[in-house]
Design a binder for this molecule. Structure first.
Ligand code: CDP
Length: 206
C-alpha cells in the first residue's frame, strides 16, 4: 500500500508524536489505533460491561461509532481525557488481547485508510504485521524502558511494563518487529531526526 506508513512499538516509544509529525510534514492523515482500544475500554468501564467478557466486548466493539480526530469520541461521548486514566491503562491490554475485539478494530482501520484521499500514517502494535503488512514504509519504534516510562508522565513504570508484557505475549497479534521493518531506537534522539529518517525512507521507495 503506497499511501500507508505503518508504525509499531511498545508503550512510550514515541509512536504518536513521531507519527503525527510525519503525517504533518507529508500532509497526510494520522490514525492512533491505541486510542480506539482505549475508547472501547473507557466505554465498557463507564457502562459496567465486564472487560473480561469476550462476547460482550466483541458486541461493543462491533456496534460503536469511534472517532479519534480531533477528539476521541465514542458513541457521541468525548472520552479524550478518560482514555489516559489509570483504570483504562489497567484494563486496555486485557481488552486488546481479545481476538474478536481486534477483528472489529482491524476492519475499521483498513476501511478508514481506504477513505483517505492522500496518504495516512497509522500507529499501534499490529499495524506492520497484521493491519497493513504491505505498507510502503514499516517502522518498529522503541526506546529503553527507563526513557519510555519517563515520557509517560501519567503512568508509572509498573503499569508500562505490565502492558508491554501482555501486548508482547498475547496469542492474538502480539507486538513484534516485522522482518522488513525499519528498527529505530529513539532513546536520546530528537523527534525531528526520527521523522527525517522515516521521510527519507519513504522518498527512497516512491
Ligand atoms: O501510547 P501507548 O503506546 O502507551 O499505548 P497506546 O498506543 O495508546 O495503546 C494502548 C493499548 O492498546 C496497548 O497497550 C495495547 O494493549 C493496545 N493496542 C493494540 O493492541 N493494538 C494496537 N494497534 C494499538 C493498541
Amino acid at each position: 500500500m503506497d499511501h500507508v506508513i505503518a508504525i509499531d512499538g511498545p508503550a512510550g516509544s514515541g509512536k504518536s508524536t513521531v507519527a503525527r509529525a510525519v503525517a504533518d510534514q507529508l500532509g497526510w492523515s494520522f490514525l492512533d489505533t491505541g486510542a480506539m482500544y482505549r475508547a472501547i475500554t473507557a466505554l465498557a468501564l463507564r457502562t459496567n460491561v465486564d472487560v473480561h467478557d469476550h462476547d460482550a466486548m466483541a458486541a461493543l466493539a462491533s456496534g460503536v461509532v469511534i472517532e479519534t480526530v480531533p477528539a476521541t469520541v465514542i458513541d457521541g461521548i468525548d472520552v479524550s481525557d478518560e482514555i489516559r486514566s489509570a483504570p483504562v491503562n489497567d484494563a486496555v491490554s486485557v481488552v486488546a488481547s481479545q481476538p474478536l475485539v481486534r477483528a472489529a478494530m482491524v476492519r475499521r482501520q483498513q476501511e478508514w485508510a481506504k477513505r483517505q484521499p492522500r496518504g495516512t500514517v497509522v500507529e499501534g502494535r499490529d499495524i506492520t504485521t497484521v493491519v497493513f503488512p504491505n505498507a510502503v514504509v514499516k517502522v518498529y519504534l522503541t526506546a529503553s524502558l527507563e526513557e519510555r516510562s519517563r515520557r509517560r508522565v501519567d503512568e508509572d513504570v509498573t503499569s508500562v511494563s505490565r502492558r508491554d508484557q501482555i501486548d508482547s505475549n498475547r496469542p492474538s497479534s502480539p507486538l513484534r518487529q516485522a522482518d522488513d521493518a525499519l528498527y529505530i531506537d529513539t532513546t536520546g534522539r530528537a523527534i525531528a531526526s526520527v521523522v527525517e529518517e522515516i521521510v527519507t525512507c519513504l522518498n527512497q521507495r516512491s
